[in-house]
Design a protein around this ligand. Structure first.
Ligand SMILES: N[C@@H](CCC(=O)N[C@@H](CS)C(=O)NCC(=O)O)C(=O)O
Length: 216
């Protein structure tokens, strides 16, 4: 088989790639990499992903890591061109949402996820602390809500369904799982409902968070 994905069921960065595979109905071989394994990776895995992170793609012996880069590569080369538009402004809108996710949103939301979903560090749930973390998430949600107010974002992040929606789906799901009150963010709420209702997401999302050890 030409496509191999090194992944983990609960890895948000693997889930986004699985979502795109499911949208494009691409067959691939899944090879599970243990989560929480950073620092203990074997040399074989470090040879294909020098950071020891998940996911890694191999396409006919050609190796690629970084989940958003994998999304772009798959869309361009495996029949998903309409999910990563060529026109510079439409492409910039998709790229912006990918960058907002990786560079701005994930760093703000990850600490709250660790407390609320993973209960990490264990046994130290402190309501005041969580409120501070949630306030930090809300600043980021405010920004996303403004972006989604663009009239061209018709239900999805950037207009028609794109790889930006694939990338955001795992994080939107976790916002729901963390019971962050999204009522102040009607556009984000509607977007999450829309994306997470896609049949391909249901085929790709993997197990519920409670059922497996979890980490970002
Ligand atoms: N920027 C990387 C981040 C990858 C990443 O942080 N992956 C997490 C899983 S979602 C990981 O490997 N964590 C370390 C571990 O589980 O040992 C990407 O987008 O691929």
């Amino acid at each position: 088989m030409s496509l191999i994905l090194y992944e983990a069921p609960l890895s948000s960065n693997a889930q986004k790639v699985r979502f795109l595979f499911a949208e494009l109905e691409l067959a691939y071989e899944s090879r599970e990499v243990a989560m929480f394994g950073i620092g203990t990776r074997d040399p074989e895995y470090l040879a294909i992903n020098p950071f020891g992170l998940i996911p890694t793609l191999i396409d006919n012996e050609w190796i690629l890591h970084e989940s958003n880069t994998i999304l772009r590569y798959i869309a361009e080369t495996k029949g998903g061109e309409e999910l990563y538009p060529r026109s510079p402004k439409l492409r910039a809108a998709v790229d912006r949402m990918l960058d907002v996710l990786g560079c701005t949103f994930r760093p703000r939301v990850a600490p709250l996820e660790r407390r609320r979903i993973a209960n990490f560090p264990h046994g130290t749930r402190d309501a005041d602390d969580e409120r501070k973390l949630e306030a930090n998430v809300r600043l980021a949600l405010d920004g996303v809500e403004v972006i989604l107010a663009d009239p061209s974002a018709g239900g999805f992040a950037t207009g028609p369904f794109s790889i930006a929606d694939c990338a955001w789906a795992p994080t939107l799901r976790r916002l729901q799982d963390m019971e962050v009150d999204l009522s102040m963010y009607p556009k984000l709420f509607a977007w999450a409902e829309h994306v997470l209702a896609r049949p391909a997401w249901h085929r790709a999302k993997g197990p519920d968070l409670e059922s497996r050890p979890w980490m970002e």
